[in-house]
Design a protein around this ligand. Structure first.
Ligand code: SF4
Ligand code: SF4
Length: 205
């Protein structure tokens, strides 16, 4: 008897999986993923993610590049590394998600532009580029006000209890932020890193 599947089928497109394997740090370990779900089950932010790590890895294998790169899973990871220490196949889950987030930024995916995590990262980067250090006050102000004054004020008021908490324990100093003495050298390093980052990946996608 011939069995006919009731489900529509399509050929696997392995081009994205191959690219991830070659160009994402730790991507070669994805071949070891056995879809056990320990990573997603251990993730404290799993319920806030549209796909979670296990499903993301399945989607990479299924060639769903756009769905993966516009997923909020890449942005909701808080780097707790539960998944990394628990994965029975030593897949560096969090590192792969972070690198995919970088690819999503580079390729201009909408989710990457609007993700709050990415907005926070911009403030973080701005602070260390100017002062050579991250200053919590400046990072927060940059994050709050990058979408305009009204939205910044709203965010500032929403998070005021955090600022007050910092004030209480003496973690919100007054005065100018401390600057790194050798900022010029730091800028040279950052410029070189930016050039390396901008190099097109070999092999294409
Ligand atoms: S815990 Fe490891 S093997 Fe299991 S689904 Fe996650 S990445 Fe794959
Ligand atoms: S490192 Fe990220 S993906 Fe892994 S368990 Fe923590 S929040 Fe979840």
């Amino acid at each position: 008897m011939t069995y006919i599947s009731p489900l529509p089928t399509r050929k696997y497109d392995l081009s994205f999986a191959r690219w991830v394997h070659r160009h994402i740090d730790g991507g070669d370990r994805l071949a070891m993923c056995m879809q056990c779900g320990v990573c997603s089950g251990s993730c404290p932010l799993g319920t806030t993610m549209d796909n979670g790590p296990r499903k993301t890895f399945m989607m990479i294998r299924a060639g769903m590049k756009d769905e993966v790169l516009q997923s909020d899973t890449l942005w909701n990871c808080v780097s707790c590394y539960n998944c990394v220490v628990r994965c029975p196949r030593d897949v560096p889950v969090a590192y792969i998600l972070h690198e995919l987030a970088t690819v999503a930024v580079r390729e201009g995916y909408a989710q990457a532009r609007t993700a709050e995590t990415n907005k926070f990262v911009k403030g973080f980067t701005w602070s260390y580029k100017i002062f050579g250090r991250t200053d919590e006050r400046l990072v927060s102000l940059f994050y709050y006000f990058q979408d305009g004054f009204a939205s910044g004020l709203k965010k500032l008021l929403a998070f005021r209890h955090i600022a007050l908490g910092f004030l209480k324990v003496g973690r919100l100093p007054f005065g100018m932020p401390h600057s790194l003495r050798h900022r010029r050298e730091l800028r040279k390093i950052l410029t070189a890193a930016t050039k390396i980052e901008a190099q097109p990946a070999k092999g294409g996608r």
